[in-house]
Design a protein around this ligand. Sequence first.
Ligand SMILES: Cc1cc2nc3c(=O)[nH]c(=O)nc-3n(C[C@H](O)[C@H](O)[C@H](O)COP(=O)(O)OP(=O)(O)OC[C@H]3O[C@@H](n4cnc5c(N)ncnc54)[C@H](O)[C@@H]3O)c2cc1C
Length: 395
Amino acid sequence: MDFGFTPQEVAFRQEVRSFVARELHGGGEYLLDLEDETDASWRLAVETTKKLGERGWLTMGWPGEWGKGYTLTQKLVFEEEIAYHRVPIANRGGGSWDWVGPALVLYGTEVQRRELLPGIVRGETVFCTLYSEPNAGSDLASMTTAAVADGDDYVVNGQKIWTSGAHRSGWGWLAARTDFTAPKHKGISNFLVPMDAPGIRIRPLVNMADVHHFNEVFFENVRIPKRYLVGELNRGWYQTAVALDYERSTGIGYVASARRTLEELVDYARTTKVNGRALSQEPTVRARLADLALSIETGRMLAYRLNWLQSKGTQPNAEASMVKATSTELLQKAAAIGMQLLGLHGQLRPGSKAARLGGHIVQSHLAYVSMTIAAGTSEIQRNIIAQRGLGLPRA
Ligand SMILES: Cc1cc2nc3c(=O)[nH]c(=O)nc-3n(C[C@H](O)[C@H](O)[C@H](O)COP(=O)(O)OP(=O)(O)OC[C@H]3O[C@@H](n4cnc5c(N)ncnc54)[C@H](O)[C@@H]3O)c2cc1C
């Protein structure tokens, strides 16, 4: 069994590392977007995203020539490096590069592609994703936001929720019901929405870490020109499922982020004394760090294996769910162990003089509760593993 990367992949990893060290202020020492979304950090994320766009790194994994010849394994290497170095990308969770762009390549009209793809490719056009509703999350197909044809437009009424970065995005990727009489999966369509369209109201939701990351979005008689319907009318559910397949390499980023935290904690344990004794000598501290290392290595292997299966052209659903659940639970574990190690210092936020590790641990401890909810909860991932991986009947 050969777990090695090819010389080309090793060289690419070095290229990404050099880029981070050379181009990004601080060499990549930022907080991730769930932990910090001040205007300054947003501006930095936008600037960084454009630089990544200039390198052609935002479209890796896109269909056909759009992927610029990068392999899925190079994409994995990229994800691993930028997460490890905490490189900010503008509203990554909004989907511009991970599913909106690929979906436009697959289903968009020539006009839609010409209007939007160049800006997405350059990192200038930022989308948010408008799927979840107050009564439609895990059971997304129950959505009721309506898009009704009227002349040259669709008229949209309803409410979306948990919309990451809606307040920062120029465009929205919307799923709305276009047929209320069809079975629920068969009456949904996808639309492109200019977020400044009259009738759209955005209300902030602030997370436990005190960060305004997501929002409620209200639609009141919002007119969307018919040219912004993407793909076939009422086929939105199936298009969304294909689009979501493109999201599946992010797990390795979470693993890399946890690995970075582990390294910081190991260093902290080595250099910190409590009651005259180095933390690194405490058996419980050592056991917790070793346990975290074990989980990280397991997560990394699962993510590499998923990437390998995807590189073979398969669509490994159960394995993708394993990676989603493992990698996000890992982020929470790393933050929880960090809080234990830092003791009372752990509660201090960024900016406090007595905060340790830049206050990053407490921010991630509070913000990452949401990671096992976003993009499909851990319970739903286990349902998928039970059904598609183990062949158990649908519950
Ligand atoms: C940080 C963050 C960012 C997000 N960004 C976006 C975004 O940009 N756009 C967007 O559209 N949405 C976004 N979401 C929403 C996210 O997709 C939903 O929160 C998620 O799908 C869960 O839906 P829900 O919150 O309605 O919970 P529910 O579906 O109501 O679930 C509640 C609880 O019940 C459990 N449960 C539900 N059904 C089952 C079942 N069949 N079997 C076992 N357990 C079950 C769930 O696991 C959960 O614990 C975001 C969420 C978070 C936390």
